[in-house]
Ligand binder design. Structure first.
Ligand code: E4P
Length: 217
């Protein structure tokens, strides 16, 4: 499973990128607003830092304007994936932009039917939002599994980009289901390293190191 980082904070991307943990980056208008940066400027900086796809989201809601914005975003760098919302207009924009050879990430997906439409419209990525479904007592991971089954049934090559990930558990569950990509905030990716028994075991080793005065260098 590929790891995308869900942030527009360049320092956090750089830290994870140095460890080989970044296969791509996703941003959205809320993350751009949080960064306090100009969208075109920060997106270019991120594209220069990472080799993989960098999703940049359109701001328009009508297809023609989304296409115009998408073309402008795609000019930033070769690794831009234009992000459009899963609306009827977004699907129209997806069809045109993907037909022109651009990567397109269809976002705000909350149902298997929406994912089916995005694949038919030529999406490179479909972004089902796990956490926001869990927030309303629906099962976000079940949606990932349903889309996996449907895409595999028909050989769609649209990649499942599990989004709205809130916990390290979401990451391993997505990997078990077979999501192609999971995008997560930097803190969630780092939290994947944590285990209480690792902490306990290390504390015991450190106590013995001190007791026996073990030295290597
Ligand atoms: C990424 O592409 C999505 O925009 C993001 O994962 C949404 O996450 P949130 O539901 O935590 O805002």
């Amino acid at each position: 499973m590929k790891f995308f980082v869900d942030t527009a904070e360049v320092d956090a991307i750089a830290e994870l990128n140095a460890l080989g943990m970044v296969d791509g980056v996703t941003t959205n208008p809320s993350l751009i607003a949080k960064s306090g940066r100009d969208i075109l400027e920060v997106t270019k900086e991120i594209c220069d830092m990472v080799e993989g796809p960098v999703s940049a989201e359109v701001t328009a809601t009508d297809a023609d304007k989304m296409i115009e914005e998408g073309r402008k975003l795609a000019k930033i760098a070769v690794n831009i994936a234009v992000k459009v919302p899963l609306t009827w207009d977004g699907l129209k924009a997806c069809k045109v932009l993907s037909g022109e050879g651009n990567m397109v990430n269809v976002t705000l997906c909350f149902s298997a039917n929406q994912a089916l439409l995005a694949a038919k419209a030529g999406a490179t990525f479909i972004s089902p939002f796990i956490g926001r479904l869990d927030d309303i007592n629906l099962d976000g991971l079940e949606l990932i599994a349903d889309i996996r089954e449907i895409y595999d049934n028909y050989g769609f090559d649209t990649q499942i980009l599990a989004a709205s990930i809130r916990s390290a558990n979401h990451m391993s569950e997505c990997a078990k289901i077979g999501a192609d990509v999971a995008t997560a905030p930097p803190a969630v990716i780092k939290a994947m390293a944590n285990h209480i028994l690792t902490d306990k075991g290390l504390a015991a080793f450190l106590a013995d190191i001190e007791k026996a005065n073990i030295k290597i260098v």
